[in-house]
Design a protein around this ligand. Sequence first.
Ligand code: MN
Length: 239
Amino acid sequence: MAGLEIYRAKRNFKVTAEPRGRVHREKTKARRFVIHRHAATRLHFDFRLELGGVYKSWAVTKVPSLDPATKRLAVEVEDHPVEYGTFEGIIPKGQYGGGTVQLWDHGAWEPQGDDPEGDLKKGQLKIVLYGERLRGKWALIRLRDQPGKSGRSTRHNWLLIKEKDDEARPGDPESLLAEDTSISTGRTLEEIAGAKKPRVWQSNRGGGDEVSTARAPGARAGSKKKKPTKLKKTAKKTA
Ligand code: MN
């Protein structure tokens, strides 16, 4: 059952600009996906699929690979609210996930099978992505929990794998590494971190079918010269 209890318990919404969000009624058509590039303790890619009224979420440890032979580790993390799908900005230092968050890809997705919730439970979810950077067929495959470790943590490891199709780039696993700008605002992580204020906004359209390509209000208005040195340093250290 989808829920946001863990998501909310990890965050102090008086401090972070991340949305509190809510569980939405499931809409079967035009499910959305979003990928956040997140410079936290380590740079990673948060892969989120809208399902059951929330974003099912995985932290992918390296840039997603278009090479079907290159599997990426995807650590299951807590469900996120769909309001998170338009979040871009700074999570204050000391908060959960503290660092800079960039909208790296978004679009619609659909399951290859007719029971994505069941496939997710089984640990074999095959999907089609219609994003700007990730397209075509992909698979999420859950790995077996390591003996003795499953009791200590509720986290499960998965693999994110590009399936063979016209969108695949065999033999070129790092082809997306150069893609370092926001698909929403065009900013790099450093530009997001150096903004005068966190460029964070919340969608009031939550639950809509359309994928938002809206730019943060005033996203480009801030002077890049005013850089809070603390944040700048953090971004450099973790990027
Ligand atoms: Mn993250």
